[in-house]
Design a protein around this ligand. Structure first.
Ligand SMILES: O=P(O)(O)OC[C@H]1O[C@](O)(COP(=O)(O)O)[C@@H](O)[C@@H]1O
Ligand SMILES: [Mg+2]
Ligand SMILES: [Mg+2]
Length: 358
C-alpha cells in the first residue's frame, strides 16, 4: 500500500498564496525562514546533554527577571540570524531581549514584525521534557523605518499569522495564517515539515484541565470555584470526573489541547503584585490564543477575549485561559458573576478572613 501524498510546508504555502493573487511572496518567505529556525533549534535541543546548550547561562537574568538557560540564548540567536536577512521584516521582538531588535542596515527591510518566545518551557530542557518555540507575525505600522516598542503594541486580533514548534518525541510546526490551523510533522529523512494534521479542531467539551495547583492560595475566587468543581467531579455540580495535567511547558499543553481538547489556566493571581499573570501577552498569549480560536476553541484573560486586549508594553504579562470553548465560556462566566470586591483582595484568599466557600 502506498502512503498518501502529503504536502510539504512550502507546497502548502504556495496553495495558500493562491487566495492572494497579488501577494509578493514575502510572507511565505518569512514563514519558511521561521520554520528553518525551528528546524535548527529542534536539532540543537535533540542533542540533549551531548550538545552545548544545557544548563544556566552563568547567572544571566533576562528582562523578565528569570534565569536564562543556555538554550534560551542559543534559540534567540537562531531566530535573529535566520530571519534578519530575509527582507520581509522591519524588526523583531523576543522574550529574551529587553528592546525591539532593529534589522541591521546591511539587510533589506520589509513590512512585517516578528515576535517570539524562542524557547518556551525552557525550565524543562535539562530534564528532557518537551519544549517549543512560539511566534507571532504582525504588520509593521511604519513601513521600513526603525522599529519602536509602540509598533509592536497591537491587539492579538491583528496578527497576520501565528504558530509554534513543539520539540517532543517528534518535532511539529503548528501554523495559522488566519484560515484555520494546520499541523506539520518534521520528516527527519527529508528535513521537511510535512502536512500531517490538516484543519485541526479543539473539541468544544472536555474533562481535562491544566493548572499549576501550587499557586492555589493566590487564585481569585472564580478560579478556585472552577477548579474545586473539577476536583469534586461526579460528586459535585459538574456530574463528571476530570483529569488534570501540568507539564510546565505551555506549548506542549497547547498542543495536547489542540489534539484532544482540554482547558489550560494560568490565571491572574495575587502571588506578585507587580505581575498580573505569569504569561506574556505578545509572544505567548496572543499567538497561542490566535491558534486556539482559529481551531474553534477560545482564549480569554478570564474576563474578556485575550485577542481584544490592547497591549501597553512589550513584555506585558496577562492571565490566560484557553482551550475547549464551553469550559472557557464557563470560566469567563464565573469571573463575570463574581463581585468586584472578591477579586484580587488578600482577605478572600486561602488564608483570608472571608475565604470563599467552595
Ligand atoms: O513554573 P510554572 O509556574 O509551572 O510555569 C510554567 C509556565 O511558564 C512557562 O514555561 C513560561 O515560558 P518560558 O520558559 O518561555 O519562560 C510556560 O511555558 C509554562 O506554562
Ligand atoms: Mg514561554
Ligand atoms: Mg521562553
Amino acid at each position: 500500500m502506498t502512503s498518501p501524498h502529503r504536502l510539504t510546508l512550502t507546497q502548502f504555502l504556495i496553495e495558500e498564496r493562491r487566495r492572494f493573487p497579488h501577494a509578493s511572496g514575502d510572507f511565505n518567505s518569512l514563514i519558511l525562514n521561521v520554520a528553518l529556525a525551528c528546524k535548527s533549534i529542534a536539532r540543537k535541543v535533540a542533542f540533549g546533554a551531548l550538545g552545548a546548550g544545557q544548563g544556566d547561562v552563568g547567572g544571566a537574568i533576562n528582562v523578565q527577571g528569570e534565569t536564562q538557560k543556555e538554550m534560551d540564548v542559543v534559540s534567540n540567536q537562531v531566530f535573529l540570524q535566520v530571519n534578519e536577512w530575509c527582507g520581509c521584516l522591519a524588526g523583531m521582538a523576543s522574550e529574551e531581549m529587553a528592546e525591539p531588535y532593529q534589522i541591521p542596515d546591511c539587510y533589506p527591510k520589509g513590512k512585517y514584525l516578528l515576535v517570539f518566545d524562542p524557547l518556551d518551557g525552557s525550565s524543562n530542557i535539562d530534564v528532557n521534557v518537551a519544549v517549543g518555540s512560539i511566534f507571532s507575525v504582525l504588520r509593521a505600522p511604519n513601513g521600513d523605518a526603525a522599529v519602536t516598542e509602540q509598533d509592536f503594541l497591537q491587539a492579538g486580533a491583528s496578527q497576520v499569522a501565528a504558530g509554534y514548534a513543539v520539540y517532543g518525541p517528534a518535532t511539529m510546526l503548528v501554523l495559522t495564517v488566519g484560515n484555520g490551523v494546520n499541523g506539520f510533522t518534521l520528516d527527519l529523512e527529508l528535513g521537511e515539515f510535512m502536512l500531517t494534521h490538516p484543519a485541526m479542531q479543539v473539541p468544544p467539551d472536555t474533562c481535562e484541565f491544566a493548572i499549576n495547583a501550587s499557586n492555589s492560595r493566590f487564585w481569585e475566587p472564580p478560579v478556585k470555584r472552577y477548579v474545586d468543581e473539577c476536583m469534586a467531579g461526579q460528586t459535585g455540580g459538574r456530574c463528571k470526573d476530570f483529569n488534570m495535567r501540568w507539564i510546565a511547558s505551555m506549548v506542549a499543553e497547547a498542543h495536547r489541547i489542540l489534539m484532544r481538547g482540554g482547558v489550560f489556566l494560568y490565571p491572574r493571581d495575587s502571588k506578585d503584585a507587580s505581575k498580573p499573570g505569569r504569561l506574556r501577552l505578545l509572544y505567548e498569549a496572543n499567538p497561542i490564543g490566535f491558534i486556539i480560536e482559529q481551531a474553534g476553541g477560545r482564549a480569554s484573560t478570564g474576563r474578556l477575549p485575550v485577542l481584544d486586549v490592547k497591549p501597553t508594553s512589550l513584555h506585558q504579562r496577562i492571565g490566560l485561559v484557553f482551550g475547549s470553548r464551553n469550559e472557557v465560556d464557563r470560566i469567563e462566566r464565573y469571573h463575570n458573576d463574581a463581585q468586584p470586591t472578591e477579586m484580587m483582595n488578600p482577605l478572600f484568599n486561602e488564608h483570608g478572613l472571608f475565604r470563599m466557600p467552595a
